[in-house]
Design a protein around this ligand. Structure first.
Ligand code: NCD
Length: 378
């Protein structure tokens, strides 16, 4: 028997449908196909939360949930859903959680996962451009690419050179859309829904791509968003641009919130220069057990990782019963399995369009060559 899901952001009919199909011992693949129905994601690529409609988000959640039930709660190991598909995991920055979770998600679905790093490619010492590298990988018929890059906009740029979809695994300070999805899923799972919840994001918002996606998805799902941090680390006009409330006093920022979301100071992006000292930052914005008491009783404490203990989160916070940092990691794996399933297996409409575009390009090139040949033979 499977547990009934309490995520209100997944329609009750789908939740019941899953329970009924499971009780009838239907094959997991049939269950997924039934839950998906005729719905497709409205986007071919996922480079920003802005690519997703609210219906897309609900579709991803309703597929991620059975993955969680089967792979985590019932310990299913592997299914042949993406057998024969090749997914390239291209990372230009270090990563533990995101890279491994995409890799494991793909492997559990039987896709061939190929890992490539910027320093391990011909770009680093031989001078090949990123676009040419991506075209080379496309010529090897990669079915999808996951890209993490230190420059904002890179996943968008390479999407034009690939036949298959691109998922951004984080680009510079811009966005980290799969992190936003897993965060919203974790909030829904613990607090039933994001709608009407108050979330305070604390710390280095300016340099955080995690905040970039989290703010967007929470606003889409009708949550109230507060940003709290040193004024130098809050993007200018954030209140007007994103419709959020801004605080520089932590006690006021986290008062009565449903979610405290702590962020790391992005020292690799020179963020330490935006604050007097890490010690002072930690004193003013670190989340400790006393501060947690200012929030609602059933508050959840979140962090995208890596957590800097003693700076972002004080003693005992990671061990606090309401700290869901590890749930975020588990949910990331389930959200990414759902995305791979929906984006690699589904979306045939977008694929055809894209293929159509390349066919047009080839036809045009052929015409040009024929014209030239005629001119030469005259
Ligand atoms: C973040 C990242 O790299 O964007 N981590 C993650 O992917 N879970 C956040 C960070 O590095 O602080």
């Amino acid at each position: 028997m499977v547990k009934t899901c309490s995520l209100e952001d997944i329609d009750i009919n789908y939740r019941q449908m899953y329970v009924d199909l499971n009780n009838k011992n239907e094959e997991f693949e049939t269950i997924l196909a039934t839950l998906k129905g005729k719905d497709e994601l409205s986007t071919k690529n996922l480079v920003s939360i802005d690519d997703l409609t609210i219906e897309d988000i609900k579709l991803i959640f309703r597929i991620a949930w059975p993955f969680k039930a089967e792979f985590i709660e019932r310990d299913m190991k592997k299914i042949p859903l993406l057998k024969g598909k090749t997914v390239i995991n291209f990372f230009f920055e270090t990563s533990t959680r995101t890279k491994l979770s995409f890799e494991l998600a793909g492997k559990h679905l039987s896709a061939d996962m190929v890992n490539l790093s910027g320093s391990g490619s011909s770009m680093s010492k031989k001078g090949e451009t990123l676009n040419d590298t991506v075209r080379t990988l496309n010529a090897m018929h990669a079915d999808m690419m996951i890209l993490r890059h230190s420059q904002a906009g890179t996943p968008m740029m390479i999407a034009d050179h690939l036949t298959g979809p691109v998922i951004s695994a984080g680009d510079g300070w811009h966005e980290h859309p799969t992190q936003g999805l897993l965060d919203a899923f974790t909030i829904c799972e613990n607090l039933k829904t994001c709608k009407g919840r108050t979330v305070c994001i604390v710390g280095d918002i300016l340099h955080s791509r995690v905040a970039g996606s989290l703010i967007r998805i929470l606003k889409k799902m009708n949550a109230t968003v507060r940003l709290c941090g040193p004024p130098t680390m809050i993007p200018k006009y954030a209140d007007e641009v994103f419709g959020v409330e801004v605080f520089d006093d932590i006690e006021k920022g986290i008062k009565d919130v449903d979610v405290i979301y702590s962020l790391r100071v992005q020292t690799e992006r020179a963020a330490a220069g935006f604050i007097p000292t890490i010690r002072e930052y930690s004193k003013n914005y670190g989340i400790n057990l006393d501060r947690i008491n200012l929030a609602k009783d059933n508050v959840i404490i979140m962090h995208p990782g890596p957590v800097i203990r003693g700076t972002d989160l004080g003693n005992g916070v990671m061990e606090h019963p309401r700290c869901v940092v590890e749930d975020q990691v588990t949910n990331g794996f389930c959200i990414r399995m759902a995305l791979l399933y929906l984006m690699v297996k589904g979306n045939p409409g977008c694929w055809k369009d894209h293929q159509g575009k390349s066919d047009e390009k080839i036809k045009l090139a052929k015409k040009k060559i024929e014209k030239k040949l005629k001119e030469v033979s005259r």
